[in-house]
Design a protein around this ligand. Structure first.
Ligand code: AHR
Length: 556
């Protein structure tokens, strides 16, 4: 393999500084939660012991009469980079494969992804995107190239533009295409978009038709570069801004169906952490946007934030103890402070919140599985990851007015995946189950919820014991998600719903024997959902959260 170590080191520096320089503690999260949702029992939060709190019933109140911002379904977006077994093997097996497929795309994976209603998929990278040349992956003659970022392996280009768009059509998701700013040209990107979207009989449209798709494609999101401050070309904010203006101007979507409605959203590269260089980056881009001319625009600013604790990623994805469980969860809560920090800068230049913050890479990044290719970023996915996913989704939902998109990294076989595959076998991870449980929250309206989170302590780490969000779906039905972070104690919940005369309620929970329980090809249901008993008496809804669990209930 040619460049795996150099490549990883290059990326690692960005994340190392991101993670180390940005040290919002779990207590800052507690403070925020306290400000917004916890009122009376602060004294208890500070002085009660974890074990006394474990006995207490948590009183929780949802105000269904005050719906807030829409929880954009796009916060449940996915990311599929040409990296390791994410695309090849994970999605693409080829039409001649014995693995059941439709035009080369795995049927088992498609049906699993349909069930979680994936709203959009970001492709082809990541770092890969800034070295991607789309013409090498269309038509009958594919060019065989290399993937220098991810192990220096062969990139056959058999999965290209048409295969990606076929795939997302099969699962019913929107396209989030990242164009090559690092090593490509504005012309190359502009021609790609013309090829994809024009309905007029240009040479490129005819080529698209000859390749099997006469109708123009819809492209919902256009990512203009990826981590341009690092693997995307080590650009200064000034240099990137000049590129952004050019790409924003010339890379056009011509699809007639996307001119007035469903316009393509242009996403600029944003921060990768809370360090000074990234606050400057956000400042620079947002300030320029505030004074922008008619000739360029953007609709979103991306943010990348992995949960990694220390770099290079050293934590195991399976076979860890409660210490690493609590350390990872403490670290993941930094997401809240990071969003607050960059939202505050955005608010200065965009008080009307026209520009969305799109967290288009997030999730846990652990040490590669022993024996796996280090450039393939293969890791297992445990009950801890399910809790981590729920905590992050709740953070995004609480910031629904600004965070209108997010893409977990990455969908299949890479980092915090939904799905793991091995030849013809497929297993759904604990994170997949969380995404499935959250489907009712897609495009639902955020509802204020107040409760005493309490605290869970392990060693020198103290975290909020419970976390949760509530929302009302399009039919007016309220939904409540509650996560019990405490791996040792159950929690009794007594919930009241102001504005709803609760008559029936039901719910399901996701838990597992241990914090590091995983699903494997041999034991695929170790971490899986089950119904829970929910009682209603005098309008109060009561249920019990098992230790280390994610629970969703609905009332009618
Ligand atoms: O998701 C893996 C990599 O992490 C992506 O390619 C890059 O954008 C980030 O550094």
């Amino acid at each position: 393999m040619f460049f795996p170590i150099a490549s990883k080191l290059r990326i690692s520096m960005g994340f190392l500084s991101a993670v180390h320089a940005f040290t919002f503690s779990a207590w800052s999260f507690l403070a925020r939660v306290t400000k917004h949702v916890i009122i009376g029992p602060l004294a208890c939060l500070l002085f009660c012991t974890a074990s006394t709190l474990a006995q207490e019933k948590v009183q929780l109140s949802v105000d269904a009469s005050k719906p807030g911002a829409k929880i954009d379904r796009n916060i449940f977006g996915q990311f599929a980079e040409h990296l390791g077994k994410g695309v090849y093997e994970g999605i693409w097996v080829g039409a001649d494969s014995k693995i059941p497929n439709t035009r080369g795309i795995r049927n088992d994976v498609v049906s699993a992804l349909k069930a979680i209603k994936v709203p959009n998929i970001r492709w082809p990278g990541g770092c890969f995107a800034d070295e991607y040349h789309w013409r090498k992956a269309i038509g009958l003659q594919r060019q065989v190239t290399l993937n220098p970022n991810w192990g220096g392996v062969i990139e056959p280009n058999t999965f290209g533009t048409h295969e990606f768009l076929d795939f997302i059509e099969q699962i019913g998701a929107d396209a989030y295409i990242s164009v090559n700013v690092g090593s490509g040209t504005p012309q190359e990107a502009a021609e790609w978009l013309e090829y994809l979207t024009t309905s007029q009989q240009t040479t490129l449209a005819k080529e698209r038709a000859a390749n099997g798709h006469p109708a123009p494609y819809k492209i919902a999101y256009l990512g203009i570069g990826n981590e341009s401050w690092d693997c995307g070309g080590n650009m200064t904010p000034e240099y990137y801004l000049s590129q952004l203006k050019i790409y924003s101007r010339f890379v056009r979507n011509f699809n007639p169906a996307q001119q007035d409605k469903e316009q393509m959203l242009k996403i600029a590269v944003g921060p990768g952490g809370g360090e000074a260089r990234w606050t400057e980056w956000t400042e620079h881009i947002m300030k320029a946007w505030q004074n922008h001319q008619w000739s360029w625009d953007m609709n979103g600013l991306s943010m990348h934030n992995y949960t990694v604790v220390r770099w290079p990623p050293a934590f195991a994805s399976v076979g860890f103890d409660e210490t690493e469980y609590s350390q990872i969860l403490k670290s993941t809560l930094d997401m809240e402070g990071l969003i607050d920090k960059h939202s505050a800068i955005m608010d200065k230049y965009d008080p009307q919140k026209k520009i969305a913050l799109i967290v288009d890479e997030w999730g846990a990044w652990y040490a590669s599985l022993p024996g796996s290719h280090p450039g393939f970023l293969a890791q297992q996915n445990s009950m801890r990851d399910a809790i981590l996913a729920a905590l992050n989704l709740n953070i995004f939902a609480r910031h629904a007015d600004r965070v209108r998109g997010a893409n977990i990294a990455q969908m299949i076989n890479v980092l915090q995946a939904m799905i793991l595959t091995d030849k013809d076998k497929m297993v759904l991870t604990p994170t997949y189950h969380v995404f499935k449980m959250y489907v009712p929250f897609q495009d639902a309206s955020f509802l204020p919820v107040t409760f005493n989170a309490g605290s869970y302590t392990h060693g020198d780490i103290t975290l909020p014991r419970v976390d949760g969000i509530a929302a009302k779906d399009a039919a007016g039905k309220p939904w409540l998600e509650i996560t019990n972070v405490d791996p040792n104690n159950s929690v009794e919940i007594e919930a009241s719903f102001n504005g709803i005369n609760a008559k029936t309620a039901r719910g399901e929970t996701l838990t597992a024997p241990k914090v590091d329980s995983v699903n494997t090809f041999d034991a695929p249901n170790t971490v899986t959902t089950k119904p829970i008993s929910v009682k209603i008496e005098g309008g109060k809804v009561t249920f019990k959260l098992e230790p280390k669990s994610v629970t969703v209930i609905s009332v009618e």
